[in-house]
Design a protein around this ligand. Structure first.
Ligand SMILES: Nc1nc2c(c(=O)[nH]1)N(C=O)[C@@H](CNc1ccc(C(=O)N[C@@H](CCC(=O)O)C(=O)O)cc1)CN2
Ligand SMILES: Nc1ncnc2c1ncn2[C@@H]1O[C@H](COP(=O)(O)OP(=O)(O)OP(=O)(O)O)[C@@H](O)[C@H]1O
Length: 235
C-alpha cells in the first residue's frame, strides 16, 4: 500500500513532481530574458545616478527652479497647443511636485480653466499600476503614499488621454528614470489605449543612455525648460 514511499527512495526517483526544464529546447531564446548579472549592474548604476541627479536638482536655488519651471510651463503650453490641439475636452494627468520637481501648478490651473480635464496619479496599491483621480483648483488635497498630496477618495477615477511623467533622468531615446518604484512603466503597460506620454524634467538631467531594460517604455516626447525633444508623433 505505501509502495510509492519506497519508490522515492530509489536513486533517480522524484519526491515531488519533476519540473520540465529539460523539456525546453536547448536552443530556445527568450527575447525578453535578460542576463541577471547585467540587470543587477544596471539596477545598481541607476540607483547611484538617481541619487546624483536628485542631489543636483535639490542644489538648484529657489529662484533657478522657479525660472526653469516657468520656462518649462511655456514650452509645454506651446507643445500642447501646436501638437495636441490644446487638449480641450481631453484628460491630462499631471503630478503634484515633490523633491524639487518642476512646478507646473499654475499651468494646470490655466489648462483646467481652458477646458482640459486634469488628473493626478496615486499609488493606491503598492507595486500595481497608478490610479488617476480628477483634480480642479478647488480640490482639497490629502496625504497619499510617500506623503505625496493627492485628491481625496471621493474624487472621480479617470483615464488620462495624455500623461505627464516627471523625470529624475532621461535619455535621447525618450527613456525615463524615475524614483525606482517602476510605477510609470507598470501604468503605461496596463493602460489601453496607452496615453500620449510627455516626460517633464530639467535639461540638466539628460543622460547619454539609461540602459533601457525590457520593462522600460519610451515616452512620446520630452519637454524641458529648453524645449520639446525626442518627439514621436503618431501619423
Ligand atoms: N510628484 C510625483 N508624484 C508621483 C510620482 C512622481 O514621480 N512624482 N510617481 C511616479 O511614478 C508616483 C509615485 N512614485 C513613487 C515611486 C517610488 C516610491 C518608493 O517607495 N520608492 C522607494 C524606493 C523604491 C526602490 O528603490 O525600489 C524609496 O525611495 O524609498 C514611491 C512612489 C505617483 N505620484
Ligand atoms: N510593467 C511592469 N511590470 C512589473 N514590474 C515592473 C514593470 N515595470 C517596472 N517594473 C519593476 O519596477 C522596477 C523599477 O523599475 P525602474 O527602474 O524602471 O523604475 P522607475 O521608472 O525609475 O520608477 P517610477 O516609474 O516609479 O518613477 C523594475 O526593476 C521592475 O522590476
Amino acid at each position: 500500500m505505501m509502495e510509492d514511499d519506497h519508490d522515492t527512495q530509489r536513486p533517480g526517483a522524484f519526491s515531488s513532481p519533476p519540473c520540465f526544464a529539460a523539456a525546453v529546447a536547448p536552443d530556445y531564446f527568450d527575447p525578453l530574458m535578460v542576463d541577471p548579472e547585467q540587470a543587477r549592474d544596471v539596477a545598481r548604476w541607476r540607483k547611484s545616478e538617481r541619487q546624483r541627479l536628485r542631489a543636483e536638482r535639490q542644489a538648484l536655488s529657489i529662484a533657478e527652479r522657479a525660472a526653469a519651471s516657468a520656462a518649462l510651463s511655456n514650452r509645454l503650453r506651446s507643445f500642447i497647443a501646436e501638437h495636441l490641439g490644446g487638449a480641450y475636452g481631453r484628460c491630462l494627468s499631471a503630478y503634484w511636485p515633490i523633491k524639487g520637481e518642476p512646478d507646473l501648478r499654475p499651468l494646470l490651473a490655466e489648462l483646467h480653466r481652458a477646458g482640459v480635464g486634469i488628473a493626478l496619479p496615486l499609488v493606491e496599491i503598492k507595486k500595481a499600476p497608478l490610479v488617476f483621480r480628477r483634480w480642479t483648483p478647488e480640490t482639497r488635497m490629502v496625504r497619499g503614499d510617500w506623503n505625496i498630496p493627492v485628491p481625496p477618495p471621493d474624487a472621480p477615477k479617470v483615464k488620462p488621454d495624455i500623461a505627464l511623467a516627471p523625470l529624475v533622468g532621461w535619455d535621447g531615446e525618450g527613456y525615463r528614470l524615475g524614483y525606482g518604484g517602476g510605477y510609470f512603466d507598470r501604468t503605461l503597460a496596463a493602460l489601453k489605449p496607452r496615453p500620449f506620454t510627455i516626460g517633464i524634467g530639467f535639461q540638466s538631467s539628460r543622460l547619454s543612455t539609461i540602459f533601457p531594460q525590457p520593462h522600460d517604455i519610451a515616452l512620446d516626447v520630452i519637454v524641458t525648460e529648453t524645449g520639446a525633444q525626442v518627439i514621436r508623433l503618431a501619423g
